[in-house]
Ligand binder design. Structure first.
Ligand code: 5RP
Length: 236
C-alpha cells in the first residue's frame, strides 16, 4: 500500500495506521478529508477486506466517499447514522489544548458537523502541524456565494477588533474560478498569523450573516496522534 514514502507521507501514514487501532467492530465512524485522512481510509479498507472488520463510515466529502467505497467500506449518511462512535480526521494545525485549524482541503463544514456528532474525535497529523498558537495557517471560513463581497467586508471590519496580527481575507480560487465546496459555497482564507483568542474569534465570525462556518475546531478533538518522518508515533 505504501511503497517508498517521503518523510512527510511516512509521518502521515504512521499516524493514520495507529488511529485505526481505535476502531472496533460494529462502530459507526466519521471519515475525515485530506491526504492524512485518505491513508486512514485505506488502512480501514484493509481491515475490512483482510480481517472482516464490520463498520459503517460517514464520509466528510465526496472525495472521501469515493475512496471509502473504492476500498470496500460501507458508506452511510450522517442522517442514517444519527450519531457516531468515533471520527478520525486530519488537521492543518493543532495546539497544546488540542484546538485545531481545519479546512485546508475545503471540507470544514461537513467535517465539523460530523466531528460534533461523534462520541470521540481523533486527529491524525504529521509533527509539523503542531503550533504554540493557532493562526500561522490561514483560517478557512465557508461563505455563501450570494453577496460574498459584502460578507468579506463585514468580516474584515470584524477582524479590526480581534486579537489577531494579520487581517488579509483571500477568496480561494481553483483554475481561475472561485473554489466551490461540496455545498456549493466559497472559501475565504484569513491570513491572521496569530490568533490570540480563538473562542472569541470563532463566536464572532459565526455571527456574520452569509458566513456558514469557520475552520476553528475548539474543544472538539479528544486525541491527536502525531506521526514523525522516521516512523515514530506519539499521542497527545
Ligand atoms: C480538509 C482538512 C484536512 O484535514 C486538512 O487540510 C489536513 O489535510 P492533509 O492531511 O492533506 O494535510 O481539514 O478540509
Amino acid at each position: 500500500m505504501t511503497g517508498e514514502l517521503s518523510p512527510i507521507d511516512k509521518a502521515k501514514f504512521v499516524a493514520a495506521r495507529r488511529s485505526v487501532d481505535f476502531v472496533e467492530d460494529g462502530m459507526r465512524v466519521g471519515l475525515g478529508t485530506g491526504s492524512t485522512a485518505a491513508w486512514m481510509v485505506r488502512c480501514l479498507g484493509e481491515l475490512v477486506r483482510d480481517d472482516g472488520l464490520r463498520i459503517k463510515g460517514v464520509p466528510t466529502s465526496t472525495r472521501t466517499a469515493d475512496l471509502a467505497r473504492e476500498v470496500g467500506i460501507e458508506v452511510i449518511s450522517l442522517d442514517e447514522a444519527k450519531w457516531l462512535d468515533l471520527t478520525i480526521d486530519g488537521a492543518d494545525e493543532f495546539d497544546g489544548n488540542l484546538n485545531l485549524i481545519k479546512g485546508g482541503g475545503g471540507a470544514l463544514l461537513q467535517e465539523k458537523i460530523v466531528a460534533t456528532a461523534s462520541d470521540q474525535m481523533i486527529v491524525i497529523a504529521d509533527a509539523g502541524k503542531e503550533v504554540e498558537t493557532l493562526g500561522a495557517f490561514p483560517l478557512p471560513v465557508e461563505i455563501i456565494p450570494f453577496g460574498w463581497q459584502t460578507t468579506k467586508s463585514l468580516l474584515e471590519e470584524l477582524l479590526i477588533n480581534m486579537d489577531v496580527l494579520g487581517r488579509d481575507a483571500k477568496l480561494r480560487m481553483n483554475g481561475g474560478r472561485p473554489f466551490l465546496t461540496d455545498e456549493g459555497n466559497y472559501i475565504l482564507d484569513l491570513h491572521l498569523q496569530r490568533i490570540g483568542n480563538a473562542h472569541r474569534l470563532s463566536m464572532a465570525l459565526n455571527q456574520i450573516p452569509g458566513l456558514v462556518e469557520n475552520g476553528l475546531f475548539l474543544d472538539i478533538c479528544d486525541v491527536v496522534i502525531v506521526g514523525h518522518g522516521d516512523g515514530r508515533v506519539e499521542t497527545r
